[in-house]
Design a protein around this ligand. Sequence first.
Ligand SMILES: *Cc1c(COP(=O)(O)O)cnc(C)c1O
Length: 318
Amino acid sequence: MSVTFADVRAAAERIAGIAHRTPVLTSRTADARTGASLFFKAEPLQRAGAFKFRGACNAIAALPEAARSRGVIAFSSGNHAQAIAYAGALQRVPTVIVMPHDAPAIKVAATRGYGAEVVVYDRYTEDREALARTLAEERGLTLIPPYDHPDVIAGQGTAALELIEETGPLDMLLVCLGGGGLLSGCALAARALAPDIAIYGVEPEAGNDGQQSLAKGEVVRIPVPASIADGALTTHLGRHTFPIIRREVAGIVTVSDAQLVAAMRFFVERMKLVVEPTGCLAAAAAFEGAVPVAGKRVGIILSGGNVDPAALGRHLAA
Ligand SMILES: *Cc1c(COP(=O)(O)O)cnc(C)c1O
């Protein structure tokens, strides 16, 4: 029932040849600054621009044939929606994406461009989850949630699997944390490949529900947080993700929006890589000393690169 490393391995086989094996980057400047050896897994270069493609791809590939032909549905205005739309198109599975009426036109166009049917809802008067469930039932679609699903978790874990296959043993792994799909999947892979590794989750300061949940020993719910890390504005960890995180992680730390901007600037200036604010969480924790990295070999997942160019410009100019 619960997800294991064997599921991550199976996911790696399913998504091979569909998802990109993204590069692992290093920077002498970053190493000099932190006194560590940092290995950055560059998911901004993943298909659809974020690791979410891994979980989407695996969840769709794992469906029985009858469910594939009926199609899948997802609700999100962010990276999960793009990932489902694109992964569905590549596997010839019809997709329906439920998006808010005021979603940026460019995102709606991109989602339609991947071949998805976009169903629009009013974010002030309608419950997108209820709408998606109704559509799923009426049309026999399979609902694929953004993080709290075994096949999604297993797919996300392939990011750490590939990273450690390439770097060899690591002392520490830093992973950003929203609902915990990425962190729980990566923790399963890292624990299996490097049993002594210390795994940390990194959240925005304004939304530390994961940190609170670890401290309390149960899932803590918070109001929607305000942070530029728009991929980590979840209000609670999942039923599947929390037990894995609780078992495997050494701690959860937080970073501020200003620290995220400093990290974004570093990646653009020094590494020529566009990393979205959420994607900078783990790196910012290393750069700012939120976790003690000096003298260690540290894996860092850069989770995505989908930031509006105008917003990127504003962050960098500030
Ligand atoms: C979704 C997302 C996250 C958070 O992932 P979870 O699995 O919800 O913890 C982090 N970064 C990016 C770029 C994302 O799209």
